[in-house]
Ligand binder design. Sequence first.
Ligand SMILES: [Zn+2]
Length: 344
Amino acid sequence: MLAFDISSNAQNVDLSSVDEFLNITALLKNGEEVNMEQWNQLDSSAAYSLFSNSKDNTIPNIVKAVMLDIFGCSDSKEQTQNGSLLETSVRENYEDIKKNYSEIRKFRDNYDFEYLISNAKFRLQTFLGCDQLDASVKWRPVYFFFLSQDGKELDNAIVIDLNLIYKMAEEERINFLAHEFFHLYRAHFEHHEFNYANDINFAIDMIANEGIADQIDKYMGYDQYFSNFSKSKELASEFKQLYNNAPKDIEYLQTTIAQYAANQIDKDTCIDRLISIYKYNGHALGFYVSNQIIKAGLRDEMIKEFHNPYEFFRLYSLTLPKNEEASLNDDFLHFLKAETEQYY
Ligand SMILES: [Zn+2]
């Protein structure tokens, strides 16, 4: 860690949403009233404010209702059991926070969040094998809050559930944040014009993006990753199934795009077919591909071109047996090369 200097691109950490949440839940636990101003302070704190706007207040409404329900005294409980998927995961998380309430408070007061950020950047630097990270990359601030046990990159900030971080081992925290930082770092080098030209390009690029990013925090494999901390069992088994289907699904992706390139199917049909295999931003597909590339001894080549989707799939093609299916793969690569040539 010694050689790493973050002073040149200092990045802010914001805990105001965590603090407002803890202030209000402390009152609720004591059976005290929470006034309008206190709720407004919660809504306007750094992380929660990113989810509230004049058109859609779904998330702040769920947050408030579940806070009242879980932390309020029993006779004031609002019955909001209509259960959207998000509400269910917020509820599970808040139940869990209530169980470890004083430990989480202590963690918030004593944990060195700036140090976590600098460690995560150092982890990214090591992963990329560079002497230092590019100084012109614009980092986004990291806002902590409580919602569901997850993290998300938004336009202005990375938002992360504090309970997720609390429950992780230190190495997992560093890897988790380094994965998010990889996306920010890559965004600086990738070609937005190509990626956002259409859904086909977007999916191809995202598979490469998540496939490499998963090597930062999930290099031990989905089995161990998902058993390490309390993620939902359904999600774990879905990811494992997607991973097992990945060889076939990638072949299907290549066939579909080769057919599109040969004008055998139109763009909408192509996109519809891609959507049928492209789940969770293509994590499992990309992770399968990056694992094959690494097994074939081509990790360094993959990392060198970490922003280039063509190189990702070209390296994958080198891992495949040379048989009759290779020509399908060639058609796909020709198309991708032609599409990306002007950008990379
Ligand atoms: Zn990711």
